[in-house]
Design a binder for this molecule. Structure first.
Ligand code: FEO
Length: 162
């Protein structure tokens, strides 16, 4: 059985994962609108992954006898300055999510909730990959800079993400 404190923390994180999906979908829309369909596709896959993160947590809370309370999802911003701005914000957001997961893990440790501790290890590891992917996207986009051919090539490569 999940403690009330742990249950509330998981509910907050479910909302944040869903917000992440919203944010990446908004970024995907922006990229599609500026003609970068590869970036749009990469971000759409990222948005779907965020929903998977949320649903994995949703299932866990129910499995542990907790209640899931779905709160309103904050409206994400809808425009960015350019592709670099989008990528920098993906990285910044992933760093923020890492801090949220670390906080959640900290509460599980405090509460001596070993099952949640074990469950959250997957998220701790996932965040290493999430930050690394965002960092790579950022670096490559900055490297391409104003070179339209390089951006087009990168755009095609990003479209391959499934
Ligand atoms: Fe659910 Fe990208 O962290």
């Amino acid at each position: 059985m999940l403690s009330k404190k742990m249950e509330a923390e998981f509910n907050t994180q479910i909302n944040k994962e869903m917000y992440s999906a919203y944010l990446y979908l908004a970024m995907s829309t922006y990229c599609a609108n500026v003609g970068c369909c590869g970036y749009a596709s990469w971000l759409k896959v990222q948005a779907n992954e965020e929903m998977e993160h949320a649903m994995k947590m949703y299932d866990y809370v129910l499995e542990r006898g907790g209640d899931v309370v779905l709160e309103a999802i904050e409206k994400p911003q809808s425009t960015w300055n350019n592709l670099v701005d989008v990528c920098e914000n993906v990285l910044k957001h992933e760093q923020y999510v890492t801090s949220c997961i670390n906080h959640l893990m900290g509460v599980a440790v405090e509460e001596k909730d070993y099952a949640s501790n074990s469950f959250l290890t997957w998220y701790v590891n996932e965040q290493i990959e999430e930050e690394a992917n965002a960092d790579e996207l950022c670096k490559k986009t900055k490297f391409a800079g104003d070179d339209k051919n390089a951006i087009l090539l990168l755009n095609e490569k990003l479209a391959e993400r499934k």
